[in-house]
Design a protein around this ligand. Structure first.
Ligand code: NAD
Length: 293
């Protein structure tokens, strides 16, 4: 398939490489010239802006930080929409506000362009080995057409509902991940304070009911003092803000998410916003005046 890919960051770069490996013709654009060069070395074509990408392909995939970035990439003067013709498709794989996804879909529909919101979970290691989970919102016929393309980057691909449902699902995912990291942090800090080796506590409980994918990914990072992202604190703040905004707009209440937001904010204030979200543990270490290792 002739595919455009815009946004070659921690996630987008390996995802675009997996499309190349699967035999697609891929045309890329990012502000980061080094990332574009890297993709070109792997066999991608490059374009000078989103418009030029869209003119050359049948489907454009975007993997950008947040709603304003996707809006700019789509609708700025030399953006994707300027190069799209009727019958083409945009698949936005960024984690953004579901309300923004619906706005973008409506605006693109005026041009006869289809839209799927298809955020992902799994982080960089799974983006590299092509096993991320993709949660998709959109029309079923469009989904069916592009499901094989998504599977070339992913393990699981699930259509969850209409446009916006993909990002609602991703917000649910991010709430569970943030609260789970905080729970692991609080528990390991208790162990340390009580004089029990947190590494042994982790090994003892990881196979039981408290064990989780989050615990297995993040507890070893906390114990090894490895806070290299992965998934950054500033991106998780963005996701929880989108969760709170969305919940307020539909008259729902998220008390645990609100508390986690303040914890993440405190971690950011201490200067750790570019670190992995496993550095949530530093908040619990600070209030208890200790370090796990
Ligand atoms: P990143 O910051 O590493 O990459 C974003 C890329 O987008 C950068 O290369 C930037 O130059 C580019 N960009 C921004 N605006 C642009 C524009 N208008 N035109 C062209 N390029 C532009 O972010 P990431 O970690 O790859 O995350 C991307 C999305 O995936 C985010 O929404 C994030 O929440 C989500 N996500 C990330 C992870 C993870 O573990 N990193 C996991 C799941 C989902």
């Amino acid at each position: 398939m002739n595919v455009g890919f815009i946004g070659l960051g921690i996630m987008g770069r390996p995802m675009a490489k997996n499309l190349l490996k699967a035999g697609h013709k891929v045309t890329v654009f990012d502000f980061n010239k080094e990332a574009v060069k890297d993709l070109a070395a792997s066999g991608a074509d490059s374009a000078k802006n989103g418009k030029q990408v869209a003119e050359q392909v049948e489907v454009v995939v975007t993997m950008l930080p947040n709603s304003p970035n996707v809006k700019a990439a789509l609708f700025s003067e030399e953006g994707i929409a300027a190069g799209l013709a009727s019958g083409k498709t945009v698949i936005d794989m960024s984690s953004i506000s579901p309300v923004a996804s619906q706005e973008f879909a409506e605006k693109l529909a005026e041009k006869g362009v289809s839209f799927l919101d298809a955020p992902v979970s799994g982080g960089e290691p799974k983006a590299v080995d092509g096993t991320i989970s993709v949660m998709v919102g959109g029309d079923e016929a469009v989904f069916k057409k592009y499901e094989p393309l998504l599977r070339d980057m992913a393990g699981d691909v699930t259509l969850v509902g209409a446009v916006g449902a993909g990002n609602i699902t991703k917000l649910a995912n991010q709430i569970i991940v943030a609260i789970n990291i905080a729970a692991v942090s609080e528990a390991l800090v208790l162990a340390k304070k009580a004089g029990v080796d947190p590494e042994k506590v982790y090994q003892a409980i990881r196979g039981g009911l408290a064990g989780s994918t989050v615990m297995d990914a993040k507890a070893p990072m906390m114990l090894a003092r490895n806070f290299k992202p992965g998934f950054r604190i500033d991106l998780h703040i963005k996701d929880l803000q989108n969760a709170l905004d969305t919940s307020h707009s539909i008259n729902a209440s998220l008390p645990l998410t609100a508390e986690l937001m303040e914890i993440l904010q405190a971690v950011k204030m201490d200067g750790f916003e570019k670190e992995d979200h496993s550095s949530i543990v530093k908040y619990f270490e600070k209030i208890n005046n200790l370090e796990l290792k």
